[in-house]
Each structure stands twice: as structure tokens, then as C-alpha cells.
Write a protein that binds this ligand. Structure first.
Ligand SMILES: Nc1ncnc2c1ncn2[C@@H]1O[C@H](COP(=O)(O)OP(=O)(O)OP(=O)(O)O)[C@@H](O)[C@H]1O
Length: 345
């Protein structure tokens, strides 16, 4: 049986709404997710699906005047929804580390990078100055920075993008957090550096037994790194399973379309990739009934979609929204006989 303490985050019925011209619109709509220790949970979807909204809801970094967060985000016994700011400040950076897409934006340009990591230790530990500096050097070693003592004295602009992201990662793991939220951590980096940073994140996760929420639009990153995957479309989780199942038995039309739009073989320029026509609806234009992806697969009859799509567990641990997957086919393929079970697909 799963030990209680293995569950790091339990997100239940999360709604995050932004105020637009005086009205609130859900950017995260009834999101249910869990993160366990020793697990990398990827949240994947196109731009505008609501991935970063989930990240900012977890870490409590949003404009409280114009954002309404409801539901539960349980970290151990503590509900992070509505948590007061002083308590959040203690948890953020200590129990929950954060890595964002643009390392330059995460770092203070006027401060030596070593001092920036040491500052996190100053706020969250009782280490003295000497101990903090020693810990920063140790962290720089851990994240694979060459000549850590020299690096300590550098300013962000003196480092490459990859080294800057290593500094941000050192800062995120400085206090040995149980949870790391990484929002598109490799998107701003060259492909070769991307792979190194993903390897580093995996190493950190294994060494520290933390849980990582990895937000990405890139299924290649998901395949390389994730244990569990939540596919997000238009504010909702449309499919959730372990990574093998998502890649081998994807069911929701959106997951299947995303996978078919991903290059399978590197360097194969003749390969025909699917283009998913249309765009993610804006918050104000979100369909109120039917599957939200329906407009982008117009050859599937409306009757195939549930009026109010529910999440179904089609096999243990594999969740899919709506039953339209049973009659889904790509436009240039014949319609399948409706299938009733995953194995029959
Ligand atoms: N502060 C905000 N105020 C109003 N609308 C917002 C705000 N932040 C995000 N949105 C809207 O909420 C929706 C989800 O945005 P979000 O940034 O969470 O998506 P995403 O999947 O992370 O995309 P990206 O990778 O481009 O950031 C989008 O329609 C976006 O325009």
C-alpha cells in the first residue's frame, strides 16, 4: 500500500479564474492531480492551455486582486489555496522550489550569482555566512558548474544560458525541497543544453527523492523525463496516465493529435506531420458545453461528444475526458467501429 507520506501534492477541484473586464473566467477548470515522492509529473499541452496557471496556483504567485483560486491544493495536511502570504513565503523556496523558463528573468542582474543562491539559504536556514558559501559551492558542484568558486563571483550576464539555468536550479534545490515546480525549464535553451538540463533534473529527483511538476509543451521532453503525464487542453485535463500508456495507447483525440504532430524520427525531413488546425480558445470564447477540442476535429459528429464531458477511468490509472475517443479517427482515415475497451482499440 502507498504510504501516506508518498503523496506530496493532492490537487482537488482546482479552479483558477482571471478577471477580464470585470468578469472572472476559468483558466484552470476543475483540475484534479496528484504528485508523489520520486515522481516526475509532466503537464503538457499547447500554449494557452493553462499549464502555467496551475504552476502559479500551486506556488501562490498571482495577482490576488484579479485572480480567484478555489478548490484544494493539499501539501501534506496544509491547504495552499488561501494560505496567508507569510506562511507561503516560508514554504516557497524551502519546501517548494521553482524553476522558470527564462533564467535571466529569475536572476537579479546586479548581484553575483553565488550571493543570490546564498540569499535563499539566508532566508530559510540558520547557516552562518561561511556555511552558506560552502553550501553554494557544493550546490554549484552538484548542478555541474565548472570552477564553482569562480562561478560564485560571476554576474548573470557573464554566464551562458545553460549555466544561468544551472544557477536557478541550484537556487531551487538549495533547501532540499520536497517539491520542485519546473515551468518550461529548457524552452529557452539550445537543444544540446536542453538534454543536459533534463538529465540534471532527473538526477536531482533521484538523489533527493523529491517530486517534480514539469510543465512543457514538448512531448519529446515528456518522453525523456516524465513518469506520469497530464495532458491539458483549454483549461481542463483531458487525459492522464503513466508515460508509457500515454505514448503507446493514447485515447483522447487531443493527445493523439499532439502525438501525431510530433516528429518521430530525428532528421527525417520527408516525414509528414499532422498539423492541428485552429487554436486553443481564449478564456472568453471557451465552449460551455461539449468537448472543448471538438471544434478542431469537425469531421467527428457532435453526437460523439458528451454534452458535459466527464472524466472516465478506462483502465486502472488511465483517465480520459469524454467518450468521443471511442469514435475518433484522423480525418484521412476511415471511422473505426466504436470501441468499448482500451484493449479492443
Ligand atoms: N494574468 C492573466 N490574466 C488574464 N488571463 C490570463 C492571465 N494569465 C494567463 N491568462 C490566460 O489564461 C489562459 C491560460 O494561460 P497559461 O499561461 O496558464 O497557459 P500555458 O499553457 O501555460 O501557456 P504558455 O505556455 O503560453 O504560458 C490563456 O488564455 C491566457 O491568455
Amino acid at each position: 500500500m502507498e504510504k501516506q507520506s508518498d503523496l506530496l501534492l493532492d490537487i482537488q477541484h482546482l479552479h483558477t479564474a482571471y478577471r477580464l473586464q470585470g468578469k472572472f473566467y476559468d483558466a484552470a477548470d476543475d483540475v484534479n492531480l496528484t504528485l508523489k515522492r520520486d515522481e516526475i509529473l509532466a503537464i503538457v499541452g499547447e500554449s494557452g492551455c493553462g499549464k502555467s496557471t496551475i504552476a502559479s496556483s500551486i506556488i501562490g504567485l498571482y495577482d490576488h486582486q484579479n485572480t480567484k483560486v478555489t478548490g484544494d491544493i493539499l501539501y501534506n495536511e496544509l491547504n495552499l489555496v488561501g494560505l496567508n502570504e507569510s506562511l507561503f513565503n516560508k514554504i516557497r523556496g524551502d519546501k517548494i522550489g521553482m524553476i522558470f523558463q527564462d533564467p535571466l528573468a529569475s536572476l537579479n542582474p546586479l548581484m553575483r550569482v553565488g550571493d543570490q543562491v546564498a540569499e535563499t539559504l539566508y532566508y530559510h536556514t540558520d547557516m552562518d555566512e561561511k556555511a552558506r558559501k560552502a553550501r553554494v559551492i557544493e550546490l554549484f558542484n552538484q548542478v555541474g558548474m565548472p570552477n564553482p568558486e569562480e562561478m560564485y563571483m560571476m554576474y548573470p550576464h557573464e554566464l551562458s544560458g545553460g549555466l544561468r539555468q544551472r544557477v536557478v536550479i541550484a537556487m531551487a534545490i538549495a533547501c532540499k525541497p520536497e517539491i520542485i515546480i519546473a515551468d518550461e525549464p529548457t524552452t529557452a535553451l539550445d537543444v544540446t543544453i536542453q538534454a543536459q538540463i533534463l538529465d540534471l533534473l532527473q538526477d536531482i529527483q533521484k538523489q533527493s527523492h523529491s517530486g517534480i511538476v514539469l510543465i512543457t509543451h514538448d512531448l519529446g521532453v515528456v518522453a525523456e523525463t516524465a513518469d506520469e503525464v497530464a495532458v491539458m487542453y483549454a483549461g481542463q485535463i483531458v487525459e492522464k496516465s503513466d508515460v508509457k500508456t500515454i505514448f503507446e495507447h493514447p485515447l483522447h483525440p487531443y493527445t493523439r493529435s499532439l502525438l501525431n504532430s510530433m516528429p518521430q524520427n530525428e532528421g527525417d525531413s520527408d516525414e509528414e506531420l499532422l498539423v492541428i488546425h485552429g487554436t486553443v480558445p481564449s478564456l472568453k470564447n471557451m465552449p460551455r458545453t461539449g468537448d472543448r477540442f471538438a471544434a478542431r476535429i469537425p469531421w467527428i459528429p457532435a453526437s460523439a461528444h458528451e454534452e458535459n464531458p466527464q472524466v472516465h477511468e478506462v483502465e486502472p490509472g488511465h483517465w480520459v475526458r469524454c467518450t468521443c475517443w471511442k469514435s475518433f479517427h484522423f480525418e484521412d482515415q476511415p471511422a473505426p467501429q466504436e470501441v468499448n475497451s482500451v484493449s479492443g482499440e
